[in-house]
Design a protein around this ligand. Sequence first.
Ligand code: SF4
Length: 177
Amino acid sequence: MTADSRTMSTRLADWARLKSPWVTVFNSGACNACDIEVIACLMPIFDVERFGILAKGSPRHADILIVTGPVTLKQSTRLRRIWEQMPEPKYVIAMGACGASGGVFHDLYHVMNGVESTIPVDVWVAGCPPRPDEIINAVVTCLNLMKEDLARGGKEWRQKKTGEAPASGPDSAGVPA
Ligand code: SF4
């Protein structure tokens, strides 16, 4: 589907989604430091609501899911269920070293070693924990991906890039290869 073939209501919904993404957060077994950095994004210093980024409690209303923690065995099924409840198009941000690989919890008996063990990830944010400005940058990266996906009719164009070098920057959120 090209941008021109979309109906007026679809274009309006896509425009609203890009201008004001709704974000929900799931703790998959984090030490809570990542969650505190996410909360800092909502506080007056960073105040992401001024950019239209809204925190939502229900995954059924969310466009973007931020996952903190290494994904424990217990939380894995819950994470999958929450992701399945989100409407398309949906995007996932894996927070910190834990979200990428399990971090300091890597290879523990009860750990799945990162978010991608359970659900597809769109953007990774480096750090332990990442800073609030890096989290905001990850949301912006998600919005850029969303814009590109809407224009290209889905996420398939990104899957074709498997095997190429990642397009991400050296110290912040990036687009998966
Ligand atoms: S990445 Fe670091 S700060 Fe975040 S949950 Fe893991 S150990 Fe905690």
